[in-house]
Design a protein around this ligand. Structure first.
Ligand SMILES: [Zn+2]
Length: 285
């Protein structure tokens, strides 16, 4: 029988100490709203990639360009991976992004890269769902708390092989782009930005929940590339993630990625994000 644990006499006191924000981000360069807002009216579209439902596509963005993820045809969420275009080892770090900003991101937040790079890969410069904020269930959109739907968890929970989870979609797309075998490509797939996805933790049990995304065709989120990027976006088999995922039950829609070039004159005094300056000695001389 399970041994019972009794609360100490001062349990209430211990629980009621004030929370402290883990990371004081005052030292980070502030979001330069004027700089990004001035770029936006000058942007010229240079390419676009349609991501088919239950599939993923890759796209490249040069530093100083902007990429926009658009909802088209129907309410659909997307799972985004980002890499340094010249080094797959430097990838989006959802955990640190969550710690530095919040569980869900929007305009003004940055997407940070993995250690040891730890630099902004992209900055969110416009988000038509910014109005959503936090709902009464504690949910928000564009989460960096979920990982990505994957066939391993699905096999563990349901005993079936489903091949069109975001993890597999992203693996196939990266394999096609790089020529790596899919089993090697999948090792580069990482925790995502859940674009347009509405999620949170339940207020009673703190379990991860999802609810139908508020995204509608015409909505978009826009990112400024702070370094040269390789991106991959999966149109999740969960569709708007209002019911199930990791199956073919839900209606799914494509997502459209557009790449824009702002006026280069406005970028003359701007430079690409630098790698983190920590010495990497880790206490050894
Ligand atoms: Zn998914």
């Amino acid at each position: 029988m399970r041994e019972t644990v009794t609360a100490p006499d001062d349990a209430k006191i211990r629980q009621s100490v004030k929370p402290v924000i883990c990371y004081n981000v005052d030292q980070l360069p502030p979001y330069d709203s004027d700089f990004y807002e001035n770029l936006r009216p000058t942007m010229v579209k240079v390419s676009e990639t349609l991501v088919n439902p239950r599939d993923a596509s890759t796209f490249e963005v040069s530093s100083g360009q902007v990429f926009r993820i658009n909802s088209v045809e129907g309410s659909q969420v997307g799972d985004l991976n980002l890499w340094n275009a010249h080094n797959l080892e430097e990838r989006f770090f959802s955990g640190k992004t969550r710690q530095l900003h919040a569980s869900h991101v929007t305009t003004g937040d940055r997407l940070w890269s993995s250690l040891p790079g730890l630099r902004p890969m992209a900055t969110i410069i416009h988000d038509t769902l910014e109005w959503y904020g936090w709902d009464e269930d504690g949910g928000g959109v564009h989460d960096v708390i979920g990982t990505r739907c994957d066939p391993y968890t699905n096999h563990m929970l349901h005993g079936v092989d489903y091949h069109y989870c975001c993890h597999s979609n992203l693996s196939r797309a990266l394999s096609a782009k790089t020529g790596l075998p899919v089993t090697e490509a999948e090792l580069h797939i990482h925790d995502v930005l859940n674009v347009f996805m509405c999620t949170g933790f339940t207020l009673d049990t703190h379990q991860y929940f999802m609810k139908a995304s508020p995204v509608r065709p015409g909505d978009y989120i826009e990112f400024f590339a702070e370094i040269d990027l390789l991106g991959a976006l999966s149109a999740c088999p969960g569709g708007n993630c209002g019911s199930s995922h990791s199956d073919d039950e839900t209606t799914c829609y494509p997502l459209l990625v557009e790449i824009y070039q702002p006026d280069p004159v406005l970028l003359e005094n701007w430079s690409s994000a630098k790698l983190n300056a920590y010495s990497r000695s880790h206490g050894l001389s």
